[in-house]
Design a protein around this ligand. Structure first.
Ligand code: AMP
Length: 460
């Protein structure tokens, strides 16, 4: 097994890694670090929680430190740019850069939407070597001439598949136009989809490909099970599981923002302290909820899929899928919040009759059967021998939405009438603005159990 000292890292970085308490590099680190240090483009498919952040930040810091300009901080140009899909991930990556770069003199900053732009402008003016950004705010800053990318010689796309899913492709292309053609490109992605391979051809030159885990697999250390139940029993089941198991830290995923709020309220009423995190919450509330959860003052975090990617919560032992995602890949990302860095974790899904096709879709992509069992006292009343098909569920959902619209007095909406405010799936990306050039309806993604990629980004 390789050691960190075998990878070509400088003494400063080895010290930072030791300070952090790491003994051995993870597989993605063992492959990515030497490849990046050789100045090669890299395409890495690593599942979440594998240590990919250090896989790119460590060598990036080393290269920038070695080629560091002696300029005073004020005149320093941005030489490395990391793009991430969400604000939370951006903040987390910059934290890693600070941690690993502690023994260097490099300066880093993070910019994302939802917060005031002026402090970010000031910070950039003060000089930054490494910038971590979400695409929307970065373009705003560039348009305001507060940020120049003409000296960037290293670009990292983190969670690249998520950025594509969220319709950021046009923004990414715009950002790329602002950078020099000659630069090193690193593309990290949890899944290795056709779209990612397409982007690779557009962006990377003769990349070293790293694929440390098979496609769409959950970490081996996560035990998975699903409970058959009625939709109406789910809240009670969640409360029972948390109480009976004495679970101290639980991340629960719902499909909609309203669902997240409702569940969080019910948990609070049951005496289980919780916070909800989703795209309708202001950035301050999101940061506070996440910080509370990380430090343990918030016992349960109820989240939409916005939290499914990239968040690193140490030793998170329990994830509950209150509702199954209708995009099967999201399941992998959700349960990837637990079992990180070799820790044991448990992922429990609550499955009602209508979600049976979703479960099948998930089992298909993870090539694994998830044990489906009953919870004593909560056996479902509605569970016919043959479950509904994917298209039946889709039709039913469409009819339900139509009825909800009509109940709100809307019927069919006119194109210039306001949007109904019924439950929506949370597709908020985390950056301030919808991506520039990002049209409602976007690429017309398919939805439902049969969808292989993201759905229509409207409302995200
Ligand atoms: P990431 O996949 O980059 O989000 O990292 C997942 C978690 O693994 C983070 O908490 C890291 O601090 C931790 N980690 C990264 N590299 C190592 C390592 N070599 N040994 C132990 N833990 C690590």
């Amino acid at each position: 097994m390789k050691k960190f000292s075998d990878l070509g890292l400088s003494e400063e970085l080895l010290r930072a890694v030791t300070d952090k308490g790491y003994d051995t590099p993870s597989p993605v680190q063992a492959e990515a670090i030497p490849a990046v240090l050789k100045r090669r483009d890299v395409l890495a498919a690593a599942q979440t929680g594998t240590g990919k952040t250090a896989g790119f930040t460590l060598p990036m810091i080393q290269i920038l430190d070695e080629t560091g300009s002696q300029k005073p901080s004020k005149g320093r140009p941005i030489r490395a740019l990391v793009l991430t899909p969400t604000r939370e991930l951006a903040a987390q990556v910059q934290e890693s850069i600070k941690t690993y770069g502690v023994h260097t003199h490099l300066r880093s900053a993070v910019v994302f939407g939802g917060v005031k732009i002026n402090p970010q402008i000031r910070q950039l003016r003060d000089g930054v070597d490494i910038l971590v950004a979400t695409p929307g705010r970065l373009l705003d800053l560039c348009q305001q001439r507060a940020c120049k990318l003409d000296q960037v010689n290293m670009l990292v796309l983190d969670e690249a598949d998520r950025m594509l899913d969220m319709g950021f492709i046009n923004d990414i292309r715009k950002v790329i136009k602002l950078m020099p053609k000659k630069r090193q490109n690193l593309l990290f992605s949890a899944t290795f989809s056709k779209e990612i391979r397409h982007m690779t051809r557009e962006l990377l030159i003769d990349p070293i490909t790293i694929e440390v885990s098979p496609k769409n697999t959950a970490a081996q250390t996560v035990s998975q099970r699903a409970y058959r139940c009625d939709k109406t029993s789910k809240t009670k089941i969640a409360i029972k599981l948390i109480r009976d198991g004495d679970w101290e830290q639980v991340l629960i995923f719902t499909r909609t923002k309203h669902g997240a709020n409702r569940l969080s309220k019910s948990l609070d009423q049951a005496g289980i302290q919780s916070s909800a995190i989703h795209g309708n919450k202001g950035q301050g509330a999101r940061t506070k909820a996440l910080a509370g959860f990380k430090e343990g003052s918030v016992r349960v975090l109820v989240a939409t899929d916005i939290a499914a990617r990239g968040l690193d919560i140490a030793n998170l032992p329990h994830v509950i899928n209150f509702e199954l995602p209708n995009v099967p890949e999201d399941y992998v990302h959700r349960i990837g919040r637990t079992g990180r860095a070799g820790q044991e974790g448990e992922a429990v899904s609550l499955v009602c009759n209508n979600e049976r096709p979703y479960l099948q879709g998930i089992e298909k992509i993870i090539s694994q059967k998830i044990p489906l069992i009953d919870l004593n006292g909560f056996e479902p009343e509605l569970w016919p021998a043959k479950g509904p098909t994917a298209s039946e569920v889709q039709k039913e959902e469409a009819a339900r939405k139509k009825a909800a619209r009509q109940a709100q007095g809307g019927g069919r909406r006119k194109s210039n009438s306001p949007k109904p405010s019924g439950p929506k799936s949370d597709k908020s990306d985390g950056s301030l603005n919808p991506p520039a050039g990002h049209k409602a309806g976007g690429r017309g993604r398919r939805s439902g159990p049969g969808a292989s990629r993201r759905r229509n980004p409207r409302g995200r």
